[in-house]
Design a protein around this ligand. Structure first.
Ligand SMILES: [Zn+2]
Length: 297
């Protein structure tokens, strides 16, 4: 592709974006650890969560350092969880997928730039939100509300690249957030307890703002189906055996089984399934209708 008169092979851009994905993934690890604790995300620099020694830049290279150090802190030998390099790798893969979708814009770098800004910020936000929701069952406003506003703001510049104008984006945010708010309030009235929280409302507003009005039905449907499937599998596989091998009752197991009497009682966050379905729509919505199975639905 031509950028200010200089020819750049498109594969270089792919390589650059996967590197950027690793670095952003590394930053997401910091966000994920510090945002829920209301700590600053810029200072202090990276520290070992165990011994609090600051981590040198050469020990902080995404994935590579984890492999070289064989997953241990250089100072205190604390075992660095595998999720750190996994999140970095996931971010790099997500960035590459956005790049592959943007390749058709190689002839017009400006559109390509807007398309990437829209897609990469979308993926990074959803990745951070999903992991924080899995960890703490909360979605920080700093990500969901800021993300919604950012998605709306981008639509003004990116409309030619993404086809999503600001009207489409703002209606998407309102209808998306509004639908989840309606479901959450109805559930509370009928069941007398919270099924979904305000975090899910704001996350759905973010998804609607980034993807536009048409994505909302698919995301809600796909997230419910996948969430229910996962909850059922989780319930089936984690139900403890009530008898141990010598035939005596496993008391701890019985208590757990009573607490999780039904699938509906499982405390699973819904946010990651909304995020996953949003990514699926982003990556596949123009591929899906050509699938005869979906056409006939
Ligand atoms: Zn340490």
């Amino acid at each position: 592709m031509q950028l200010r008169g200089i020819y750049i092979p498109i594969s270089f851009l792919g390589l650059f974006l996967s590197m950027l994905g690793l670095l952003v993934g590394s930053f997401l690890n910091v966000l994920i650890a510090r945002l829920p604790a209301n700590e600053s995300i810029v200072s202090p620099g990276s520290r070992c969560p165990n011994c609090a020694n600051s981590i040198r830049f050469y020990d902080n290279i995404p994935i590579f350092s984890w492999l070289v150090l064989r997953g241990r802190c250089r100072k205190c030998e604390w075992e660095i969880p595998i999720r750190y390099p996994v999140i970095e790798a996931m971010c790099a893969v997500a960035f590459l997928l956005v790049f592959f979708r943007a390749r058709h814009l190689a002839g017009s770098p400006d559109l390509m730039g807007w398309y990437l800004l829209h897609g990469l910020s979308f993926m990074a936000l959803l990745l951070a939100i999903s992991v924080i929701d899995l960890d703490h069952m909360i979605i920080p406003d700093g990500l969901s509300l800021t993300g919604t506003l950012f998605g709306l703001a981008i639509s003004f510049g990116a409309v030619e690249a993404t086809g999503i104008n600001w009207q489409y984006s703002s209606v998407g945010a309102l209808v998306g957030g509004g639908t989840v708010l309606f479901v959450a309030i109805s559930y509370r009235i009928v069941r007398g307890r919270d099924g979904m929280g305000m975090g899910d409302v704001k996350l759905m507003a973010l998804l609607g703002a980034y993807l536009g009005f048409a994505s909302v039905p698919f995301i809600l449907f796909a997230a419910s189906v996948q969430g229910t499937l996962f909850a059922t599998l989780w319930w089936l596989t984690s139900r403890p055996n009530q008898k141990t091998t010598d035939g005596s009752a496993d008391m701890a197991g019985v208590v757990v089984a009573e607490e999780q009497e039904s699938v509906g009682m499982l405390a699973l966050p819904f946010g990651p399934f909304l995020a996953l379905s949003g990514m699926q729509w982003y990556l596949l919505h123009d591929v899906l209708p050509q699938n005869p199975l979906i056409m006939n639905l």
